[in-house]
Design a protein around this ligand. Structure first.
Ligand code: HEM
Length: 457
């Protein structure tokens, strides 16, 4: 039986790539970096220009890197080069005492007990988006759900964390992200081989890009500060970060800007992709859509009821979890060993690259039954527990995603609201290929049709 079109993925190479092959796929689509055999092995060892690189699938090895010895495994020079233009020294890239301070401020604001008011705000944005989509649904015009999800997730990130309406900034932000995805976010030879202290030729372009990007973030901050006088409610993440960094003087202002940049980019791009892939998967599954609609039927998904409703949306949440398995937005977690280490049977030399790839783990043939099938029941309450460290869409250990619970709640609420209201179908039948350009993106934005769901209020 052939896979549904939404599940077509690039075919892994049969053998390890030559160094030229590595350069090509790292630039074009790093999902093709690992061989087909890696999807059933504990460890795949490759070498690049004589240096070993390890892909770790075994639970003990993953635990060793992410949880037991995280201080020995730093971000790689290539990841810093790709992320720095967008996040500066914000939480994603900061280290040591600065990282601890930033993490202490941010973690509680996104923890499960902080979610109810954030989900009320998210529900307002989702309701407004659903009303905008009504017109397309009634007219039967095709909808670009990738753009819809990107706009919605950005709006939610801006409103919940920074109390800022993002409409005025969305288009420019998308244009800049698209510009980077064509070029600066795709590493070349020098990006891979030069240490971070030595600029690669394209780092100069990246610095220019970073100046423009941070200019945009500064305008968002100015809009937020201008709105201060009108805000009567409690502190948001912006207030807390500003207070925590106030003692750092001018340096604090730069750190605040980097932190806002980090939380906006990390807080919307990945969730938007989760929603896009969920919609693509569901478009081939009318029965699953009907089940989501039935689960959401009668629940108050508006600002007053959203937080309570989330507890009743276990099937919808299982769909989100399964979409994150098949299309993890962070396809790979890359680290470089600071010192040599022993990890089970493997000796990891100093400086070696170590990869933990949710993309591979989530499709591993020894860890999952029918790994290529879209089957949300794997994540329903009462299902067999997922093997340890086989499912890592948010990473693990001290650098685990700080927004994981927020993202899951947001994505569940968006899907429940939209699927209850509309039947989602594809507008064409050509495959949509996942491509990893920092995040796991579709190779094109396919059209969808939304039809008012019969019986929906
Ligand atoms: C489905 C959505 C999301 C996915 C799949 C995702 C995935 C991840 C992963 C895998 C990491 C760990 C990276 C590593 O160890 O190298 C991470 C870190 C991070 N995420 Fe997320 N994320 C999501 C949503 C969010 C949201 C909503 C926010 C903010 C509101 C956020 C903010 C961050 C930050 C700041 C870090 C860095 C944490 C640190 O280094 O201490 N993420 N994310």
């Amino acid at each position: 039986m052939s896979e549904p079109l939404s599940l077509v993925v690039p075919e892994a190479p049969k053998r390890s790539l030559s160094w030229r092959g590595v350069l090509r796929v790292v630039h074009d689509n790093p999902l093709l970096l690992w061989t087909d055999a890696a999807y059933e092995q504990d460890v795949e060892t490759q070498s690049f220009l004589g240096k070993p690189r390890f892909l770790l699938n075994a639970p003990e090895a993953i635990q060793h890197v992410l949880i037991r010895n995280p201080e020995n495994y730093r971000r790689t020079a290539a990841s810093i080069r790709l992320l720095r233009p967008f996040v500066g020294r914000g939480l994603l890239l900061s280290e040591g005492e600065l990282w601890r301070r930033e993490r202490r401020v941010i973690t509680p604001t996104l923890a499960p007990r902080a979610l109810p008011p954030l989900m009320a705000e998210a529900a307002r944005a989702i309701g407004a988006a659903a009303i905008r989509l009504d017109a397309a649904a009634k007219a039967g015009t095709p909808v670009d759900l990738l753009a819809v999800m990107q706009g919605l997730a950005l709006d939610i990130a801006g409103r919940t964390m920074f109390s800022v309406a993002m409409e005025a900034f969305g288009t420019e932000m998308r244009q800049m992200l698209a510009e980077a995805a064509r070029n600066l976010s795709r590493p070349d030879f020098f990006d891979l081989v030069l240490p971070i202290g030595m600029p690669s030729p394209r780092d100069f372009q990246r610095w220019r890009f970073q100046r423009r990007w941070m200019g945009l973030i500064s305008r968002i901050i100015a809009a937020r500060q201008g709105a201060d006088a009108r805000r009567g409610d409690g502190a948001d993440l912006f207030d807390l970060l500003r207070a925590a960094l106030a003692e750092d003087g001018p340096e604090g202002a730069r750190l605040l800007r980097d932190e806002v940049a980090t939380m906006i980019i990390a807080g919307h791009e990945t969730t938007a992709l989760t929603l896009f892939w969920s919609a693509l998967l569901l478009a081939a599954e009318p029965d699953m859509q009907a089940r989501i609609a039935a689960e959401a039927d009668g629940l108050d998904l508006g600002p007053d009821g959203a937080a309570a409703a989330l507890e009743r949306l276990s099937y919808t949440r299982a769909v989100v979890s399964e979409a994150l398995r098949l299309y993890p937005p962070a396809a790979v977690i890359a680290r470089q060993a600071v010192n040599a280490a022993r990890c089970g049977d493997i000796t990891i030399p100093r400086g070696a690259l170590v990869f933990i790839a949710p993309w591979v783990l989530h499709r591993h043939r020894k860890l999952w039954a029918a790994p290529g099938h879209f089957d949300p029941s794997r994540f329903l309450p009462g299902a067999q527990p997922v093997p340890r460290f086989a499912y890592l869409p948010f990473g693990a250990g001290p650098r685990v995603c700080v927004g994981a619970q927020f993202a899951l709640a947001e994505a569940t609420l968006v899907l429940a609201t939209l699927v209850r209201r509309f039947v989602i179908t594809r507008g064409d039948d050509a495959p949509v290929m996942p491509v990893s350009v920092v995040t796991t993106q579709p190779d094109r934005a396919p059209p969808f049709h939304l039809t008012p769901r019969p019986g929906a209020a």
